[in-house]
Ligand binder design. Structure first.
Ligand code: COI
Length: 354
């Protein structure tokens, strides 16, 4: 039997590859030559195409722009020394994408479009995957409602798109983060676990206020009491508390693939791990007593970024020098070696693009 979706390919006549400075990559500024576009209408996915990267024309009444049915993912691909290209755990992002879709009353995207389409797209643009240290190809799958209608109802039509681009680090220095005790990112029963566009929009203003005070990011806390630590908005939070690696987990927190991978690696090294509520008090007391020896943000874009300082109620609490952190440095080196194909992949996390 053939592929259920015939993925048509139209190659660009105007490649941008020559213009890319692979030795000076920032995050999210350069986009590869092609994109995948699939349209959903009349209850089915049709017209799956890989086409030259370019603008999409939309009705001003496009419902995603009014009512926010819009979700996305972040994935990375790496180049091995022998030039093979590997996508890191896209199956996990595929699962999470469809969980977000369900919560936002959007159709699921079939694996044959998300995973097979992704592999085909990366194969075509494989020369955009950097082989420079610390760099990777960032992959952004997303879906939004396209029905031109102003009534509030689930859209009848959707567009699924994958764009990609070579990137360097999202954060290039340890983070100073502030515990947010007034604004709220997500409440129980809401959409905090999903990767919908609105979760990022609502974070911009409170984050800007913290940045005006000299912080880089927020530590969001629970909606009810602002007593429990949640996530950083652009990444999950992980702490070394005594001899245990701890990460907050509830339906108000994004189920991060990088965080999950780090916890799995820690387990395989015999390090205790816990996904549980962490109170702000436990965190702050732990910094003061030395129980919290490491803290970091973990995400696809952020990879593993150390947290150097935490602001809470007007005071700043300093953590250990990131260079001296045993677990963080060990795990980041291990993850890098695994993703760049320098060591064996005992977990089966690398998806090689043939
Ligand atoms: C990612 O880590 O891939 C994300 O989507 C987070 C975003 C802040 C870039």
């Amino acid at each position: 039997m053939g592929h259920p979706y015939n993925i048509e390919v139209e190659l660009t006549q105007n490649s941008q590859l020559e213009k890319v400075d692979f030795n000076n990559l920032k995050f999210g500024q350069i986009l590869s030559d092609h994109m995948l576009v699939a349209d959903y209408d009349d209850g089915e996915w049709k017209e799956v195409k890989i086409v030259p990267y370019g603008n999409i024309s939309l009705s001003p009444a496009t419902s995603a722009l009014h009512y926010g049915q819009a979700i996305f993912e972040g994935i990375k691909a790496y180049k091995f020394e022998d030039d093979r290209v590997s996508i890191f755990r896209p199956d996990k992002n595929f699962e999470r994408f469809n969980k977000s879709a369900l919560r936002l009353e959007m159709p699921a995207v079939p694996k044959e479009i998300f995973i097979d389409g992704l592999k085909k797209l990366i194969d075509i643009d494989r020369n955009f995957v950097p082989n420079t240290a610390g760099a990777s190809l960032y992959i952004r799958p997303y879906m939004f409602a396209t029905e031109a209608a102003l009534g509030v109802h689930p859209s009848k039509s959707y567009k699924f798109v994958i764009i990609t681009g070579p990137v360097g680090a999202y954060y290039n220095k340890p983070l100073r983060v502030k515990v947010e005790t007034f604004y709220t990112r997500a409440a129980a029963g809401g959409v905090g676990f999903s990767k919908n566009a609105g979760n990022y929009a609502l974070a911009l203003y409170p984050t800007k206020l913290a940045q005006d005070e000299g912080f880089d990011q927020l530590i969001w806390t629970d909606a009810k009491e602002h007593k429990y630590v949640e996530e950083a908005g652009t990444a999950n939070l992980v702490f070394m508390l005594g001899d245990t690696l701890v990460t907050p987990g509830s339906d108000t927190v994004l189920q991060g693939v990088t965080r999950h991978s780090i916890m799995d690696i820690a387990n395989s090294w015999g390090i205790k791990t816990e996904t549980r509520d962490v109170s702000v008090k436990e965190l702050i007391d732990g910094i003061e007593t030395g129980q919290v020896s490491e803290a970091f943000a973990a995400g696809t874009a952020a990879t593993l970024t150390p947290i150097s300082e935490i602001g809470f109620e007007g005071k700043v609490y300093k953590l250990s020098d990131p260079e001296t952190r045993t677990f963080s440095n060990r795990v980041v080196n291990y993850l890098n070696d695994l993703r760049y194909g320098k060591i064996e992949d005992p977990f089966g996390w690398n998806f090689i693009v043939e």
